[in-house]
Design a binder for this molecule. Structure first.
Ligand SMILES: C[S@@+](CC[C@H](N)C(=O)[O-])C[C@H]1O[C@@H](n2cnc3c(N)ncnc32)[C@H](O)[C@@H]1O
Length: 238
């Protein structure tokens, strides 16, 4: 019994590794997270570019739930039970596709923990995927980090305050889950004298990349802001 978390990148089916394609093509079942059982999820859309349809199964998660923890846990329990049941019944290999990388702010970690509790013998593996952070750097033509610059990846689901501290350093900051706070992020970037590049739906047909100062007050869930380190000369941070 094997459960493999497969990173499928930010949305462009070409940004999926050969290893991920092989596992998606050969796993006995490919589970995908969705918000609603009737809708195709982001990960599923990418999976469908590579894997046959009848082996794909949707698992409903409360993906953006911030307050109702009981609701979130109910979905983790139900999804974990379903995956454990499939593994127990077949003894096979199940894949779980997740956007970006399965070890970067992914539902996969919670699912794997639940399945492990139910099936201690299960072997859990992950296949890395291209993160939104990397897709953002590529789409905006901005090196993510150079020389000795540190990199801070900051999820702002609970508000913008952590960004103020992060901007006091001289490294690059990448903001995830900040779509609702774009105006505040722009203000903090301006106060800190930082450039800020905004990207939404990276790798998808409706991708938008522009300076954060040219963006409306709020963006979608799939929005990333890149605040590069200040650089004054070639290799100046080596
Ligand atoms: C739950 S995290 C998932 C991160 C993902 N596992 C990764 O490795 O990039 C969701 C956040 O990732 C960012 N994100 C993921 N896919 C994106 C995309 N296609 N375009 C812009 N941002 C994206 C957004 O900031 C979003 O709020």
């Amino acid at each position: 019994m094997r459960l493999i978390g497969v990173g499928v990148g930010p949305g462009d089916p070409e940004l999926v590794t050969l290893k991920a394609v092989r596992v998606l093509a050969t796993a006995g079942r490919v589970f995908v997270p969705v918000l609603d059982a009737a809708d195709t999820g982001r990960a599923e859309a990418t999976v469908r570019a590579h894997a046959s349809h009848e082996r794909i199964e949707r698992l409903v998660f409360a993906l953006n739930e911030r307050t109702d923890t009981a609701r979130r846990e109910r979905h983790w329990d139900a999804a974990g039970s379903r995956v454990a049941q499939w593994l127990r019944d077949t003894g096979g290999t199940a894949a779980f596709a997740t956007i970006g990388d399965p070890n970067v702010y992914s539902t996969f970690g919670y699912l794997a923990q639940t399945v492990r509790d139910l099936l201690p013998d299960v072997v859990v593996e992950t296949i890395p995927g291209i993160t939104a952070m990397q897709a953002m750097a590529a789409a905006s033509g901005t090196p993510l980090v150079e020389g000795t610059e540190p990199l801070t990846l900051l999820p702002l689901a609970r508000g913008v305050e952590p960004l103020r501290d992060a901007l006091t350093g001289d490294g690059t900051v990448v903001v995830y889950k900040g779509g609702r706070h774009l105006r505040r992020i722009a203000e903090l970037a301006k106060d800190a004298g930082r450039d800020a590049v905004y990207g939404e739906h990276l790798g998808l047909p409706d991708e938008r990349v522009r300076s954060l100062s040219d963006v409306d007050d709020s963006g979608p869930y799939l929005a990333t802001v890149l605040l590069p380190a200040r650089r004054s000369s070639r290799g100046g941070k080596l």
